[in-house]
Design a protein around this ligand. Structure first.
Ligand SMILES: [Zn+2]
Length: 278
């Protein structure tokens, strides 16, 4: 209990300290077109669901690109083809919940956890989407995402950056953190699960005891759309509930006793922001 409250105080202190460097996303840009690139079904909602909802409310044209097929998350309990279909449908339902249309969603369908093996083809597909859609903003995972579960997050970022070399237009890039949050003080250092504890300790050293937050200079207030963000995440039923009654079916709430999930429902989404110019 004491440990938890100290961690909470430290995380509040980190937030307070780094808030000084955070620039608020310009509300005038809310209506600008964007493409959100999501390695897996759920990263789009977790990392930038709040800003996506606000941009859709402001009338922005937003496309959502899912890089992988969702076939692996619970493959020990359900057939890969069945899981792939379920998660694809969940991704589309989440897009609709944020205000998009089914035609706004691209399913690239590369095998989950193996995006790296299809690097060149993925770059070619992303180039086509960029040239066709002509977005003003791009959302991709944080370039220092840890290698957890797979390299898909980092690969997505690298693929989109490679593709941008063929996109001769000014565009603003927003990198959103996902597994970045899985370190102290955002989650407890010591966990019942020894494997998870090892990961959290490793990430805590890697990101410098909360100092990693300094990498993010832009933020968006999402306190007014948190309810819709929660409803959107709930569309990823296979990640939020057990589709079969088996405790081996893990959900996002199981990661660090729900503390990891709470990171995505703070009042602000944070981004690493920079320009890509011609
Ligand atoms: Zn992911």
């Amino acid at each position: 209990m004491i440990k938890t409250s100290i961690a909470k105080q430290v995380s509040q202190l980190c937030l307070w300290f780094f808030k000084r460097n955070l620039h608020e996303y310009n509300n005038d840009d809310l209506s600008k077109s964007a493409i959100v690139f999501s390695p897996h079904f759920d990263d789009e909602t977790l990392g930038c669901g709040g800003i996506t909802i606000k941009k859709k409310r402001a009338g922005a044209d937003i496309k959502l690109v899912f890089m992988t097929d969702g076939s692996k998350s619970h493959k020990h309990l359900i057939g890969e083809n069945e899981l792939q279909e379920i998660r694809g449908n969940e991704g589309i339902a989440a897009a609709k919940s944020m205000g998009m249309d089914v035609n706004d969603v691209f399913l690239l369908g590369f095998e989950e956890t193996k995006l790296k093996e299809h690097y060149d083809l993925a770059v070619a597909k992303v180039v086509n989407i960029l040239l066709e859609q002509q977005p003003h903003e791009i959302f991709i995972p944080y370039y220092k995402e840890p290698l957890l579960w797979s390299e898909d997050h980092l690969c997505t970022t690298r693929i989109v950056k490679s593709a941008l070399k063929s996109y001769h237009k000014d565009v603003v890039i927003y990198e959103y953190p996902i597994w970045f949050w899985l370190h102290w003080p955002w989650v407890d250092l010591i966990n019942k699960n020894r494997y998870l504890t090892k990961i959290i300790v490793k990430h805590t050293l890697m990101y410098g005891l909360g100092l990693g937050l300094r990498d993010f200079q832009c933020s968006m207030y999402i306190g007014d759309v948190l309810e819709q963000k929660r409803a959107t995440l709930a569309e990823h039923k296979s990640q939020m509930t057990r589709l079969i009654a088996d405790t081996k079916w893990s959900t996002l709430n199981d990661v660090s006793n729900g503390q990891f999930l709470q990171c995505f429902f703070q009042e602000r989404e944070v981004f690493r922001r920079y320009h890509h110019s011609i």
